[in-house]
Design a binder for this molecule. Structure first.
Ligand SMILES: Cc1cc2nc3c(=O)[nH]c(=O)nc-3n(C[C@H](O)[C@H](O)[C@H](O)COP(=O)(O)OP(=O)(O)OC[C@H]3O[C@@H](n4cnc5c(N)ncnc54)[C@H](O)[C@@H]3O)c2cc1C
Length: 337
């Protein structure tokens, strides 16, 4: 008989996986996930997985952006635990605008918050061509944010599932945990870690979904080595290059609880804006068009709560990949790590 304490994790999305990885060596872990195996439905499986503390400082407060920097530094050690490698890079990101949209770039630059030891570098067309040769001659002004990075979320999902299974973590798929089930599990287990994201709405006052849509495409004619954001008055987008010429183009941000398929309008806007960055996207193949809901509280800040032996982590909004390593670690540190 194992003498390890037993922990139930509700939800096998982004935070659930990170929690399981942090706890797997010390506890007997069972995960309960409502989706069927292989039918991912979490925000984390849709996301572009960019780690952009500086760019995101434009829409969040300085303290949160600073936490993002701290959190990013935890990814390499988390990924090092995995049995199969996951693409991760920290080669900065590039912000560009077409000549007529220079005002949007200037406004973006003015709204960047000063992060300790990290700042944006204004870049000329020549420097843009040095950083990203494919964009040479297309853009004549931009910003380079050297501290930023990204990872491949699909590879992370696959690798974390395999690694956790190899470590003896049992994932029960197709189990919908409502509040009654959560209460039962809190009787049966020493600890419950609630990572249900938007699925925890009934017990999280003010939790809402913020719709986001992305296109994942294969573009053999395009080579970019780091995420590129296009400043645009109507269609601001990012292009996150993943291995083997795959690109995630995203993302819309719509105050809506609608989790239905991506709309034609969003598809046209995302792909047209990408085409304006690089003509090579014309012949790209569309691999998937996805929509998801980002779990967010009113202030768009994450929240950790504890009631008895139930620890809840939620509200990571559009910063889950950026903030989850730190937030999950903080949530588990008091009682479990
Ligand atoms: C389009 C888009 C782009 C994004 N891009 C980025 C980005 O570039 N960088 C970044 O940092 N963040 C990004 N995010 C945000 C990030 O994906 C989220 O913040 C993060 O996934 C939230 O993690 P979570 O674990 O709380 O929720 P989720 O990842 O949604 O996981 C919740 C899990 O719980 C399960 N579940 C729900 N209800 C129940 C239930 N009742 N019982 C059992 N299981 C249940 C769900 O099926 C799911 O597997 C993006 C999000 C979207 C939608």
């Amino acid at each position: 008989m194992s003498t390890q304490a037993r922990v139930a994790i509700l939800g096998f999305g982004l935070t659930g996986r990170i929690a399981a990885l942090m706890l797997a060596e010390r506890y007997q872990i069972s995960v309960f996930e409502q989706a069927k195996e292989g039918a991912e439905a979490s925000a984390g499986s849709v996301a572009a997985a960019m780690l952009a503390p500086l760019a995101e400082s434009v829409i969040c407060d300085e303290a949160l952006a600073q936490q993002g920097l701290e959190s990013m530094a935890l990814w390499p050690q988390l990924l090092a635990q995995l049995d199969t490698p996951v693409f991760f890079q920290q080669q900065g990101s590039l912000i560009v605008a077409h000549g007529q949209d220079r005002g949007d770039l200037v406004s973006f630059q003015q709204r960047l918050k000063p992060l300790k030891d990290h700042h944006a570098e204004a870049v000329s067309g020549e420097r843009i061509a040095q950083l990203e040769p494919d964009l040479g001659g297309v853009f004549h002004q931009g910003l380079y944010l050297p501290c930023e990075g990204q990872l491949d979320n699909q590879a992370f999902y696959q690798s974390s599932a395999t690694t956790l299974s190899n470590r003896g973590v049992k994932v029960h798929y197709g189990v919908h945990c409502d509040e009654a089930q959560k209460a039962r599990l809190s009787q049966a287990y020493d600890w419950v870690v609630d990572c249900r994201g938007l699925g925890a709405k009934a017990s999280c006052n003010g939790l809402r979904g913020v719709r986001g849509e992305v296109a994942r495409i294969y573009a053999p004619e395009v080579t970019l080595t780091r995420p590129v954001r296009l400043m645009h008055p109507r269609y601001p987008i990012y292009i996150a290059p993943k291995p083997e010429h795959q690109f995630v183009i995203g993302a819309t941000e719509i105050e809506s609880q609608d989790n239905g398929e991506i709309t034609v309008r969003s598809t046209l806007e995302l792909l047209s804006a990408a085409y304006s960055v690089h003509r090579g996207f014309a012949e790209a193949r569309v691999l998937s068009l996805l929509a998801g809901l980002r779990p967010a509280f009113k202030d768009n800040h994450p929240k950790i709560e504890q009631q008895g032996n139930v620890i809840s982590i939620n509200g990571l909004y559009r910063h889950g990949y950026l903030l989850a390593p730190l937030i999950v670690k903080q949530a588990l540190s008091k009682e479990l790590l």
